[in-house]
Every structure is written in C-alpha cells, then in structure tokens.
Design a protein. Structure first.
Length: 311
C-alpha cells in the first residue's frame, strides 16, 4: 500500500515539474516571437521592435510617399506646415513645428518610429531617446536613388514591399519618358526662388537641381554657388544670363509674406529675357518643390512641371 501511495506521489510530482518547466520555457518563446528591424541611415542605426502602429513624421516627402503607397497608421505631424495637397492629414496629432518638434507632445503620443530630415537634424539625439529615429534625405547628385531608398525604407517599416516596388517602377518609367521628352535640347534654364521680394538662383547640384541633374535640361549659368538658400541675385543678373526658360519657386506662398513672385518679377529687365518674351516662365508649385520634395507624388508632379516647356 505504501509503495502504491509513493508511486502516485512520484507521478504527481513529475507532472507538476513538467508544468513548471513548460511555464518557464514559455517566456523566452514569447520574446523571440517579437520581430525587430534595423534601419541604417546617415545619422546612425534605428532598431524598431515589433509592429509599427504609431509614427511621427516630420519629412513631408516621406509622408507623401506613405500616401501613395496606401500606408494607414496613427500619425503625429507638424500639422501647421502641412502642404495643401496633404491636408487630409490635418487631424493628426500635432508634433510641433517643422523645425522645432514638440518633445513633450511626442512623449505623450508614444510613437513606434520617428522620421526626420534636414530641418529637424539638430533634434536627432533628443528624438532618438523617445523612439527609434530614422533620418532621410534626398541629394541632388543621387536624387532618384535616394527617392527609391526612402520608398524602400517606408516599405520595410510598414510592410508594404509590393506597393513600393510598383511605385518605384512607375517613377523610373516616368523619368525615362521625361528624358526622352527633353531630348538633346539647347534651351538653357535658370531656376529662381523668390522670397518676399528677394531673389535667389539655384543651379546644378542644388535642392532644385533635379531639373538639370536628373532630367538633363541645360543650365543657363554653370557657375551658381550651391547653397541651401541659393545664390542671391538681382534683375541685372537675370538680364545678363538671359535664359530661354525661367523656373520660379515662390517661397512666400508657403511661409508667408507680402510680396509674391508676380510682383517681384514685374520688372523691365526680366521682360527683356528670352524666357519672358517666349512665354517660358514656369511657376513651379512650392508645395512640391519647397515643402515636400522627394516624395513619390511630389517628384512625379515636379517632373511634369519641369518638362512642360518641351511638350
């Protein structure tokens, strides 16, 4: 009888220990199931753990790309600076200014990832303490490759590879068609940014250099200094360069001011240029060129506007 009871106790203890061991082993199995991704960028590495359900996005080109790819997630944005064509996101959580993120608001929002670019680069370290922060940019010399790279980053973060592949193929096809449209033209172009009465020129290698660097439209002045804010110029300069095409970005439309492009360039010297006389002054959409360049939609529209004189 004692042996029978001892046998029962032994079996019971063995079953108990089996359940205990099974319970102990379940914890690491749960942890290993949590996936993570590592995004390498120019400012470092961002390790994103688990699924991304909340994103703080400060680069409007990246937001533009998310829109084209059909990515739907909870967002925090610098809503006061949203381009008109992205106004559907106006009810997103306010993440502060486009140059000064609201750190407290971001802490409260609790994003799974933060996307920034040059305007917020000084805040990279502080933002990285809140959530994995990815720095994106588009350079003049590698414009198309950078747009594609940022699209692939969006695809990886939000699990949207199929949408990314299709969007990249469509963009590549549009670029090739645009190059064919431009052909071997001898028309030379000058890019100007007007800012509440002031005028700056941009050339190859600049933030608007897609016109020259990607599409192959000749520059009317190959000596323009490459600078974020462009090279300050005057009416005499415009008359001297005498471009066949004038591309104009009116910054006043997006940041405010009292003097628009129409007023700024209403000048007799400008009216003497070939561009004016041949009705080849092209007003570029500042939302695309100034606020959200580098997005799938903005780049597509930029290409259409840049090639308009050749159609």
């Amino acid at each position: 009888m004692k042996k029978h009871i001892k046998k029962i106790l032994t079996c019971t203890f063995a079953l108990f220990m089996a359940f205990v061991l099974a319970g102990c082993q379940s914890t690491p199995e749960k942890n290993t199931s949590e996936q993570s991704m590592t995004i390498e960028h120019l400012k470092g590495t961002a390790v994103i753990k688990g699924e991304v359900n909340k994103a703080a996005v400060f680069d409007f080109g990246f937001l533009d790309t998310m829109k084209v790819m059909g990515i739907d997630t909870e967002l925090a944005l610098p809503v006061s600076s949203l381009p008109d064509y992205l106004s559907e996101y106006k009810n997103a959580v306010n993440a502060g200014g486009i140059k000064e993120p609201d750190l407290e608001a971001l802490y409260t929002f609790g994003p799974d990832v933060i996307i920034i670019s040059g305007r917020q680069s000084d805040y990279y370290d502080e933002l990285s303490k809140i959530a994995p922060t990815v720095y994106v940019e588009v350079n003049a010399k590698t414009y198309l490759e950078d747009v594609k790279k940022n699209t692939e980053i969006a695809a990886e973060i939000f699990n949207a590879e199929d949408a990314a592949n299709k969007a990249i193929q469509d963009l590549e096809a549009q670029v090739e068609e645009a190059k064919t449209t431009v052909g071997s033209t001898d028309q030379k172009a000058l890019i100007l940014l007007t800012n509440d009465g002031n005028i700056s020129a941009y050339g190859a290698g600049s933030r608007f250099g897609l016109i020259h660097d990607l599409l192959g439209i000749p520059t009317a002045d190959s000596t323009i200094t490459v600078s974020t804010h462009g090279q300050s110029v005057n009416y005499e300069y415009i008359a001297k360069i005498n471009p066949d095409i004038l591309y104009i970005v009116d910054r006043t439309q997006v940041v405010g001011g009292t003097t628009t492009t129409n007023t700024t360039l209403d000048n007799d010297l400008v009216k003497q240029t070939k561009a004016y006389q041949n009705q080849q002054i092209i007003n570029l959409t500042p939302d695309y060129w100034y606020l959200s360049s580098g997005g799938l939609l903005s780049v597509s529209e930029m290409i259409k506007e840049a090639t308009a004189p050749f159609k």
